[in-house]
Write a protein that binds this ligand. Structure first.
Ligand code: F0G
Length: 372
């Protein structure tokens, strides 16, 4: 028996060696769609190729034979979708012989910018809103050796400052106003179509500065124009109720939400986002922090997917507008960031049982398990 098993294992090993196809990062994989040449020095951490996971419990809640998938971009090298844009932005900065980059960030951009900048041998400066960046993201920026300036002000103020600086000093801005960021991020839409074999009927996505919704739409349109899909999705963008400038079409002076990643009151890509809504016949909605946390817990405890609160806004939004979704629809919800980014939120918001201070005694533990 044991011998047979081992024989099987050894013979299989030979097969797997041949079928293993390495992934070389999204610039190499989608080279012909991106502004790079043979001479471009590519800075990559092999980002991209993140899974599209069927969400069984969400399907069950919505019914109507819908198929809801999560595009789990929290599985990128620094734990968020920002790596897609950053590999491009830093690669181009390197090509242009730039020595330092700068960004404003609610946390993920700074983590990603720092990682890729360092890999490319550059300095990275980040401006963050003091006290409003999740611990995991701050830890990353520190470990990747960013030079961090925390300001007494929100993300919008920080972005204003870095935009000014990059105009006058030799330092490249890597926020999503940098067009290479959008180029890199559009590959997520390519991956969705490559996986499904078609475009979904709906794309549900959280919005902050609205770079990502702009990038997805660009990616879908490019595949459509190249006849790699037959239709385009409706784009549904979601913002937290306390921070929803695009939903209510105004500037929010003091944005507030548990989803600190999207705590943005004056999105720099406002016009582009409104264009996406119009062109795709999509819509924007707000979701309350309570709705975000409900989806966050559901994804964790029912699907085994740990995302950060801002990411859960896409699923919270879908659940909110489920009545509008026709039967048999295919829907992709973008989960933009990994749950480990924000451990404080996880520890405060869960329905788990946690007993501490127990005696290390077999009988005690068996009893606690509910056995006699
Ligand atoms: N989800 C997460 C986890 C984010 O970090 C962000 C943006 C968004 C969604 C919104 O994406 O801005 O393209 O609409 N985070 C930026 C940052 C602002 O600094 O990390 P968007």
């Amino acid at each position: 028996m044991k011998n047979n098993f081992l024989k099987k294992v050894f013979s299989r090993k030979k097969e797997t060696k041949n079928i293993f196809k390495p992934w070389n990062g999204l610039i190499e994989e989608y080279r012909e769609w991106l502004p790079v040449s043979e001479r471009t020095p590519i800075i990559s951490l092999q980002e991209g190729q993140t899974p599209l996971i069927l969400l069984h419990s969400i399907n069950e809640i919505i019914g109507k034979n819908v198929k809801v998938y999560a595009k789990y971009d929290g599985l990128n090298p620094t734990g968020s979708f920002k790596d897609r844009g950053m590999t491009m932005a830093i690669t181009k900065a390197k090509e242009e012989k730039c020595e330092a980059v700068i960004c404003a960030s609610t946390g993920n951009t700074s983590a990603s910018a720092a990682a890729y900048a360092k890999r490319g041998g550059m300095r990275s400066f980040v401006l963050i809103p003091d006290g409003y960046v999740a611990q995991g993201k701050l830890a990353q920026a520190l470990v990747y050796g960013a030079e961090i300036l925390a300001i007494k002000g929100n993300f919008d103020k920080a972005l204003e400052i870095v935009q000014e600086i990059s105009k006058s000093y030799p330092i490249t801005l890597v926020n999503s106003v940098n067009p290479y960021r959008i180029q890199g991020q559009k590959t997520a839409a390519f991956e969705v179509i490559d996986f499904l074999g078609k475009a979904p009927d709906y794309l549900c996505i959280p919005m902050g500065n609205a770079g990502n919704i702009t990038a997805y739409w660009l990616g879908f349109k490019e595949y459509y124009q190249a006849k790699l899909c037959k239709k385009l999705p409706k784009m549904f963008g979601f913002q937290a109720s306390g921070s929803a400038p695009l939903v209510f079409n105004k500037i929010v002076e003091n944005p507030n939400t548990i989803a600190t990643a999207i705590r943005i009151g004056n999105p720099v890509n406002r016009k582009k986002a409104l264009q996406v809504k119009k062109e795709s016949k999509g819509d924007f909605f707000d979701v309350s922090d309570q709705e975000i946390l409900h989806a966050y817990k559901l994804l964790g405890a029912k699907e085994g997917i740990f995302c950060e609160p801002a990411s859960a806004a896409s699923v919270a939004g879908l659940l909110k507008v489920a009545n509008e979704i026709p039967k048999n629809s295919t829907i992709v919800c973008v989960l933009t960031g990994n749950g480990l980014k924000d451990p404080d939120c996880a520890i405060t918001n869960n329905d788990a049982k946690f007993e501490s201070g127990l005696d290390p005694e077999l009988r005690t533990i068996i009893k606690r398990l509910g056995f006699k």
